[in-house]
Design a protein around this ligand. Structure first.
Ligand code: FBP
Length: 549
């Protein structure tokens, strides 16, 4: 395979490990844990894996010889920079424990386990993928592992290959499934351990124990580079308003991080919209007000960052989505047999009148997305909703009716962008390269420690990598009960932007200045070689959150 000059140089990068993982480790157990909420219900659902202690690894001055480990690995869900390094770290970790250890990769996500599609990951394969972006080493998929027959099919192939531990690299939904699988395999006494790894560019898999999910750092740096470039372009020609939608599902972490890095004129934070009960019209008013005020100063240009999940947080649409989810969830079989026309008629005939009205106010394409498209975990596919166009059209209509805007010579020429896929497979930043490699290496240590139902956790991330603290967190500790597809389900609690958190507070204290004055920052591309303050900085979200600790 032909390689770019950077790819060749990057292949030689040796990711940094926490000092504790640089040799044999010993396990230090914390106190028994409780789930973050709904303790009685979670305990009942996970009788074999509930309440386990947190684990920390420390250097072991008296190591014992390790045994060969046969391990399986799965990449689950959306791509995130650094996934390959998790696998490389896992491979190196199990080989360090015993040179005869073997790693098997299940192909195209959890479906590979169920369908028995796999490859053995050997050193020549692993070496091709060190420090590279993408999930192409084994592919990824969104099959939801939740049924007993899937667990049993998985068990067949795990037994056939002599695999005694499975590592699932995924987001909140995939790690929830990892916990369910761990419980099942423990209950059945299969001897198979299941370990999760916190992946997602969205940054919403974090809590008191997991400081950040991997991929967030690189993806937001890529988006911020491009937003910075757009800002420089728009500040040069001074004639366009750029409406930029950013991935992130429900949470606005990506938009907030990019705002902190680039200082746009406007950034909407969905969680704030919800807290303030803002209607779509009020959001449009807010944006149009800033466009008009900049126009009055002769600035007919600007940037607006929009989190992709915004619509789910506008109260009238939140209500609508909740009723839609209940309706579709409660009629799964009936709905599966309907064509699009029948389904639309069924939905419109069964929603309450206020929700039908809310739906009918939306452009047809947006209404269609809300009604019809769900991913296998039941999430609305917000990345497909063109919120950036919806908002700019409504802002244009508002400004057309604004006499002062016209009198001030105001002009409004919007351009639209959606950044998501551009950043998900970028070569990992040094931070993500080190973090991911450490997560994988740490997962090997968890396997060697014999635990199951744990998430690989590496903490103290604002410090240099050698000072990071490796260990494991029982996944049940992060769980609560939520309503999904018309049923109460145990799930890992999603982390939304906290309005009382330092990253948001910083943004809120500066945004008026950014709106009216032009304060753009141009972060430039990710740097891999050079001074540490340029190459090794963690995200601003992580740094500000650390101030809250
Ligand atoms: P995960 O939650 O699986 O990490 O997905 C991240 C994400 O990139 C979201 O930001 C986005 O909404 C979604 O995937 C897009 O899904 P798809 O890759 O199926 O188009």
């Amino acid at each position: 395979m032909k390689k770019s000059a950077l790819q060749k140089a990057r292949a030689a990068y040796q990711p940094k490990l926490p000092i504790a993982l640089q040799g044999p480790v010993k396990v230090v157990e914390g106190r028994p844990t409780e789930s973050v909420a709904d303790q009685a219900a979670i305990r009942q659902l996970f009788p074999n894996t509930y309440g386990l202690p947190e684990i920390r690894f420390e250097k072991n001055p008296n190591p014992v010889a390790g045994k060969p480990l046969n391990v399986g690995v799965i990449l689950s869900g959306g791509q995130a920079p650094g996934g390959h390094n998790v696998i490389c770290g896992l491979f190196d970790g199990i080989k360090k424990i015993h040179r005869d250890s073997r790693l098997f990769g299940f192909l195209m996500g959890p479906g590979g386990l169920v369908d028995h599609k796999y490859i053995e990951l050997t050193a020549p394969i692993i070496n091709e993928y060190r420090n590279t972006g993408g999930f192409d080493i084994i592919g990824s998929g969104r099959t939801k592992l939740e049924k007993v027959d899937q667990f049993e099919k998985g068990l067949e192939i795990l037994r056939e290959l002599g695999i005694t531990a499975l590592v699932i690299i995924g987001g909140d939904d995939s790690n929830t499934n990892a916990a369910i699988l761990a419980e099942y395999y423990k209950e059945k006494n299969t001897g198979i351990q299941v370990i999760g790894c916190p992946k997602t560019i969205d940054g919403d898999l974090k809590n008191a124990q997991i400081e950040t999910s991997f991929g967030f750092d690189t993806a937001t740096k890529v988006y911020s580079e491009v937003i910075g470039n757009i800002q420089r372009d728009c500040n040069s020609a001074k004639k366009y308003w750029h409406f930029i939608k950013l991935m992130g599902r429900s949470a606005s972490h990506i938009a907030l991080e990019c705002a902190l890095q680039t200082q746009p004129n406007i950034c909407i934070i969905s969680e704030e919209v919800e807290q303030n009960g803002m209607s779509l019209d009020q959001i449009v008013d807010y944006i149009a007000g800033i466009v008009a005020s900049r126009a009055a100063d002769g600035n007919n240009f600007g940037t607006v960052l929009i989190p992709e999940g915004l619509i789910e947080f506008i109260p009238e649409y939140k209500k609508l989505i909740r009723e839609l989810n209940e309706l579709l969830g409660a009629n799964k079989d009936k709905v599966a047999a309907m064509n699009e026309e029948e389904l639309t008629a069924f939905i419109l005939g069964n929603l309450d009148a206020a929700n039908v009205a809310a739906l009918q106010k939306l452009p047809e394409s947006v209404a269609r997305q809300l009604m019809l498209d769900r991913d296998p975990h039941g999430n609305v596919q917000v990345s497909l909703i063109e919120t950036e166009k919806l908002l700019s059209e409504l802002v244009a209509a508002k400004l057309a009716a604004n006499a002062d805007f016209k009198a001030a010579g105001g002009k409004f020429s919007p351009l639209h962008h959606f950044f998501g896929y551009e950043g998900r497979c970028a070569d990992p930043s040094n931070f993500d390269a080190d973090y991911c490699y450490s997560l994988g290496y740490n997962a090997a240590a968890l396997i060697n420690a014999g635990v199951t139902g744990y998430m690989s956790a590496v903490r103290n991330l604002v410090k240099p990598a050698v000072q990071w603290i490796p260990g494991g967190i029982p996944i049940t500790m992060m769980m609560n009960i939520e309503r999904r597809n018309a049923e109460d389900k145990p799930v890992i609690q999603k982390a939304l932007v906290r309005l009382d958190g330092a990253p948001f507070r910083k943004f809120a204290s500066l945004r008026d200045d950014w709106a009216h004055n032009t304060c753009y920052i141009y972060p430039g591309p990710i740097q891999y070689f050079g001074p540490s303050e340029v190459c090794d900085q963690p995200s601003m979200t992580l740094k500000y959150e650390h101030l809250d600790k």
